[in-house]
Design a protein around this ligand. Structure first.
Ligand code: ZN
Length: 297
């Protein structure tokens, strides 16, 4: 989607930070099953999966929702200038993300609310930017919404309470440069449990990928869109909801949440907008006899 999506009176803009070939299904998915893959791969168009090299295509992208005169930014990508010893792909980036945002009509100052679907290195980066050797909030007039479980879990000061952390290495550094500066300036709004942020904007806990993962549902005039973050990384997981990514913190919980969210999105007839879908960047989900199928790939 390059033009905004009109959803009732709301409008959704996609802001791309990066796109390209990512990993293979065999390496990204902890629950990869060769027989299932052979069965479903033919249903995935080349904009999402290169069948010759078995490479997944992915995006780093944010979304701006215009709703009732407010501008709400969903997820903030990898960011520029960050030290990322655990994931060189996102280290010291110098992308024109803010220019892309401005070209879509949004200055940094115009953003009212930032919501992270979860706290991971590729969802918090533009929370801050480097100014005179300090990390300062990129969106100075915004409140930043984080969930309580993620704010606790990823704070290095609480490390000893979470001995079985999966993503410590790959996520090294993000809390101190992209979350702590927001907390320190009192710009964070920490939410717990299901939350109505405003009319037509609902947060629902969806733990597993991270303890505080959440979905964000926008509703206007009976039309819905649900941002699911990394609960579904790739269309293959709609067909195969038991496939976790290797970045999921709690495997059993992540599988249960993925099925529950797909069920809810199908039932609510919402457009599902995952964080990393390439191609058309969003799908509808339909219930089929033995599971789910993505529509509109
Ligand atoms: Zn992600």
């Amino acid at each position: 989607m390059n033009k905004p999506l009109q959803l009732g009176d709301a409008r959704i803009h996609r802001i791309e930070e990066w796109s390209g070939l990512f990993m293979t299904p065999q390496t990204l998915f902890a629950g990869f099953d060769a027989a299932d893959y052979a069965r479903v791969r033919q249903h995935i168009p080349p904009a999402y999966l290169n069948l010759e090299t078995d490479s997944l295509l992915a995006c780093l992208q944010s979304f701006v929702i215009e709703l009732d005169g407010r501008r709400i930014l969903i997820d903030t990508g990898a960011g520029n200038d960050k030290d990322r010893p655990g994931i060189p792909l996102f280290a010291r980036l110098n992308t024109p993300f803010l220019k892309t945002l401005e070209a879509a009509g949004f200055t940094r100052e115009s953003i009212d609310l930032v919501i992270c679907t979860h706290l991971h290195v590729d969802h918090v980066g533009w929370n801050t930017m480097l100014q005179d050797d300090a990390w300062v909030p990129t969106f100075p007039n915004a409140k930043y919404v984080f969930t309580d479980p993620d704010a606790e879990y990823w704070d290095p000061q609480n490390r000893s309470r979470f001995p079985n952390m999966v993503g410590e290495q790959v996520n090294a550094g993000f809390f101190e440069d992209s979350v702590r500066p927001i907390l320190d300036r009192g710009l964070a709004q920490i939410v717990r449990g299901p939350t109505i942020l405003m009319d037509g904007l609902r947060l629902d806990p969806a733990p597993g990928h991270t303890p505080g993962s959440q979905t964000i549902t926008v509703e206007s005039r009976g039309q819905r869109a649900t941002f699911v973050g990394d609960i579904v990384h790739h269309p293959l997981q709609v067909f195969c909801p038991t496939w976790n990514s290797i970045f999921c913190e709690n495997a059993d919980q992540a599988r249960a949440t993925r099925s529950a969210v797909l069920e809810r999105v199908a039932h609510e007839e919402a457009i599902m907008i995952p964080a990393h879908f390439a191609g058309n960047h969003m799908v509808r989900v339909s219930r089929i006899s033995d599971g789910f199928a993505p529509q509109g790939l």
